[in-house]
Design a protein around this ligand. Structure first.
Ligand SMILES: [Cu+2]
Length: 332
């Protein structure tokens, strides 16, 4: 559509057409409403204009007329809300089979980490036809991840994860904006989403040495001493983390929460916020000790404990040292 009528950005995701359809509907309804009101004003102004010699008669109001022209537009306008809510929930719910990618925003760049260990700055390579879930955080101020061609935008906040998902449909380069004023060089905080054919993507992914994110996390888990309390063989001082991800957790104060990404993150940075039932608040905080990248690796590792240890998921026989330590990242 944008080729013939260049009013819209490229449509390069599964949601783009749906968002545009709603937007066109909004424009049409608003246009029709405006035309009706404008016509009525004009016609009534002509019909009831002052004519010399014609006497004016006061017109009483009509309750039925007023209720009609309030109720009908009300239900017409409600369709915006319903249609918008349907699209909102679709855009907010990443499909279960999504490939996860971690995003760390900072003044003024986007740092991308793939689960396979590939890292990028201000670029994100993705294949067409694959659901991609972005797990995003900021190491300084509020930023916003905005890709007009995909019709997606989400604030990226310090201290927590926010998520976003898309499925790209057309190969190409699409601009990534920061859409939240974040300091002097905010306008330069951009990048490219590079959408590739699956075979090109596989080739790109195969280039460059890297360790899977959860393996980096596993090494950190040992280095930081997490494994002395969170044991997998016997009951340690901390809960066994096997299979906890996305499961309900009973807390000391009687609440039950879901062990999602934000829960794991909070439990590392602020361990006393949610104490698991049956345990003591003995864990020290890792605030200021682990970087955002290391946190992502630890979260990825805890999530990987849900899968049976086969192939690379279990990472049983990996060497202790890896070339891709998060500290070695060139831009911190
Ligand atoms: Cu920004």
């Amino acid at each position: 559509m944008s080729k013939f009528l260049p009013l819209w950005p490229d449509q390069a995701s599964t949601m783009a057409g749906q968002v545009d359809a709603l937007y066109i509907y909004l424009l049409l309804v608003a246009g029709v409403m405006t035309a009706i009101i404008f016509l009525a004003v004009t016609m009534l102004a002509i019909k009831y204009r002052r004519v010399p010699g014609r006497e004016a008669h006061p017109i009483e109001g009509s309750t039925i007329l007023e209720i009609t022209w309030s109720i009908i537009p009300f239900f017409v306008m409600l369709t915006f809300f319903i249609w918008g809510a349907v699209i909102f929930f679709k855009e907010r719910t990443p499909p279960a089979d999504s490939t996860e990618v971690y995003v760390v925003a900072k003044q003024w760049m986007w740092k991308i980490e793939h689960m396979e260990g590939q890292r990028e700055i201000n670029e994100l390579h993705v294949p067409i036809g694959q659901n991609i879930k972005l797990i995003m955080t900021s190491q300084d101020v509020i930023h916003s991840f905005f890709v007009p061609a995909f019709r997606i935008k989400q604030d990226v906040l310090p201290g927590r994860y926010t998520t976003l998902w898309f499925k790209a449909t057309v190969p190409g380069r699409y601009h990534l904006f920061c859409a939240e004023y974040c300091g002097t060089q905010h306008s330069g905080m951009g990048g490219d989403i590079v959408v590739m054919e699956p075979q090109d993507y596989a080739q790109w992914m195969a280039g460059g040495p890297s360790a899977p994110l959860q393996e980096t996390g596993k090494q950190l888990f040992t280095q930081l001493g997490c494994s002395t309390c969170h044991r997998f063989d016997v009951q340690g001082r901390g809960p066994n983390l096997t299979g906890i991800y996305n499961k309900p957790v009973l807390l000391e104060d009687g609440r039950t929460v879901t062990a999602d990404e934000n829960y794991v993150r909070e439990s590392i940075l602020n361990p006393t916020a949610k104490i698991v039932s049956g345990f003591k608040p003995v864990m020290p905080t890792f605030q200021g000790i682990v970087s955002e990248e290391q946190l992502n690796a630890l979260v990825a590792y805890v999530k990987s404990l849900n899968q049976p240890p086969t192939g690379t998921a279990g990472l049983q026989n990996q060497p202790a040292a890896s070339p891709a330590q998060p500290q070695n990242m060139q831009v911190q």
